[in-house]
Design a protein. Structure first.
Length: 82
């Protein structure tokens, strides 16, 4: 198993799925933190299909790294005090 070199990330890359950089539980937590209650809401917000989000949450397909990075940035921005 290969480990991702991203600092501050619990992301894990596998040989079978080299583009996955966010495990399903982290995706679910990000959805909750960002206020998305359904797969359809998240999908519409980031411009992907609901079925893609479903596959990510089930762990059948890895979350693409750019999507994982976007979600992490949104969560971090939301935590900041303005």
């Amino acid at each position: 198993m290969l480990h991702c070199g991203m600092i501050g990330s619990s992301a894990l890359l596998t040989e079978e799925n080299p583009l996955a950089s966010m495990p399903p539980d982290e995706l679910k937590n990000s959805m909750t933190k960002l206020g998305y209650k359904t797969q359809a809401e998240l999908a519409a917000a980031i411009g992907v299909s609901r079925s893609a989000v479903s596959l990510w949450l089930e762990g059948k397909v890895g979350v693409p790294r750019p999507i994982a990075m976007l979600l992490r940035m949104l969560v971090a921005a939301q935590r900041r005090a303005y």
